[in-house]
Design a protein around this ligand. Sequence first.
Ligand code: BES
Ligand code: ZN
Length: 849
Amino acid sequence: MRDAAPQTIYLSDYKPFGFEVTSVSLTFDLDPTATRVKSRIAFVPKPDAGGRMFLHGEKLKLISAQIDGAPVTPDLSDEGLTCAVPDAPFIWEAEVEIDPQNNLALEGLYMSNGMYCTQCEAEGFRKITYYPDRPDVMSIFTVTINGPHPVLLSNGNPVSAADGHAEWHDPWPKPAYLFALVAGELVAHPGSFTTKSGRTVDLNLYVRPGDEGKCAFGMQALKDSMKWDEDVYGREYDLDIFNIVAVDDFNMGAMENKGLNIFNSAAVLASPETSTDTNFERIEAIIAHEYFHNWTGNRITCRDWFQLCLKEGLTVFRDSQFTSDMRSAAVKRISDVIELRGRQFPEDQGPLSHPVRPESFQEINNFYTATVYDKGAEVIGMLRRLVGADAYANALDLYFDRHDGQACTIEDWLKVFEDATGRDLTQFKRWYSQAGTPRVTVKDAWYAGNYILSFTQNLKPSATTPDPQPQVIPIVTGLLSPSGKESVPSQVLELTEATQSFTFEGLPERPVPSVLRGFSAPVVLESELSEDHAAFLLAHDTDPFNRWEAGRGLARASLLAMIRGGTDPDPKYLDGIRAVLGDAGLDPAYRALMLSLPSQSDLATALHDAGETPDPAAIWAASEAMREAQAQHLADLLPGLYADHQITESFAPDASQSGRRSLANATLSLLGRLESPERAQAQFDAADNMTQQLAGLAVLLRQKAGKSALQSFETQWKEDRLVMDKWFGLQVMQAEPDAVASTAATLTGHADFNWKNPNRFRAVLGALATHHAGFHHASGAGYRLLADWLIKLDPLNPQTTARMCSAFQTWKRYDADRQALISTELDRILALPDLSRDTTEMLTRIRGS
Ligand code: BES
Ligand code: ZN
């Protein structure tokens, strides 16, 4: 382990910076291994500044430093410098040298395929120059770039450009984490947008030569996002130019740098031949997300990194609203809940559990989590549900008015809602401070014409939440008559007590309840209602989410019974989805979702919740048996469904076509269990788009008939790195549990396995970690292989390594043998002498005491 004890940062220790920064001017002389950065920064001491100033700085070679033109000799440390300063306004000037070429952590200024780019969130700017690298220090930046590249970009508006030189000025004060610089041989895909007040904004998507053909969709998504933010939030763009750059080596999906968003090329480049429908939808959402940050994150930013959900939770909520408006709201809600249960619930129920607003951290990069993002977005959704759409809109207007140009806290955010709506949000605030997934039990009763729903919040103490308090939980509820008609439409039941009942009067007969419609709160609902009740909702619920949820509940219950006792699949479930599949009035995308099963790790979670030890092999077997049962039970419908959802018009990545492809492909996959491989092979051969091609290949691989398709796919796409990521990943995903680790190991020996590229690394090792039965194979080979590669990656790229450690977060659920295998691997990694702070923190938390 690293020798210096890692430092813990606490929210309660927050202190403002002692100086205002009124302007920043940076000059870059680019060189792959010796880039020079000159800074000229105007500081104004606050009354209590105290004559000394600390500036962050890491891995910088200080060439010179001056205050008001006179050389100074600051005290240097690994974290930065300290310097005596005047108690009146002064100018700090420094020159540093950095080495972008050898920066493989992909944080700060680095190189990717010969182009320069930056990633500064959260604390990367300190690897570029000495600076108060904290989000509450906002300033106006002017940037000069000297370098022999045709494209030289930074934030804000262009001031001047000549051969080998460009100057940029950003008039909006911003924190350093939003700084960006790009230089390289790039080509622009241009566009333009006229804002609602009539200003023309130049848009560009910059890509590497050869990628020009993959820009049109992203450009359209950007225009749609700009329009939507004007229409729905009244937010107009505020510069003359908006640039997006695609970069191959990027730790995350994308970054919202002011006026210069930088994207992982996988999160922006799209074409029908190379991108799946899922890719298109994700690209549209990420472009929207980063664009929406211009107001929620950039114009109003975070006071400190504990407030991360202020920008991320809100912006995820906004991008999900956008996707719901652009596509199908029901499908988007179901997908979001699948994601929440698949990623956030395990996090919140395991050793990495933390509140939406954490109170301490060692490495902030480890807190860009499903909890901060997805639960953070759910919290905003609940707030909106509680106050209503109109009051929400008023509150947002007040938020933008009151806090524009500021670095804010969750307290500021909630105060805006209190002032705008008159509501007391004291109890609601617990959603930000109390970790863990609330559990709610519901019971019903029928007495003399009164229908009563009773809810109980289970407030069992846990390690992370020793003293849980009741939350405010909006439970959207509707009642159906026994004939399946909506008898009481959806209303919000506001649960605030540990136990609370709601009475419905004047009903002619005992109704059937539909509770937590639209998944109105991120809780686990434990219902004492029967499986007949679920089957009824699957047939009749008017709320599309709960109708789907009823099917999912039946599937889960049946799978759990199969895992426990080798029982047969529940005919109520199979009959129920059969009826839904056969209902041509329902959206094909929705019907496809009805066919999906709870993931194997979700089933492991459910078993663990029930106090049992999940057996990955048994979960795999039950899931396979259920798939077979679906195929058998729907056999007569499948060929017709497949044929009816083929698309004859030209390709469009819209919701309607992608829904049809998704149902056809779900059908193809089930047919693959009944037939020989001809159909899948024919689809693979004829495909003119990646969705169809990949779906065909997946079925062929599962049928063990994919050898030649795999080869022809490789030959066809060898030069396309994003498609090859799919080729690498799919082989692991489709492998049988026994073969997962060996398949992944073989692929890591492939000539094109460039492990320093995060996308390629994740394609193979990420697929290994998410193949439940393969990763948790009793041999321990999955654990070993992942650990080997994390050990290899950590010295280069701690951020990506640390994120991937979360594969181990559920380890204590499993049996003693697996726990022993995993703890051996955790200890092996933790014993490394120079393990990064990122990975050390993750594994120490996961390992526990
Ligand atoms: N601000 C983040 C990018 C980021 C994350 C920078 C972590 C530094 C550390 C950006 O807005 C973001 O949230 N990106 C997401 C995608 C989004 C659609 C949720 C990502 O990169 O995965
Ligand atoms: Zn974000």
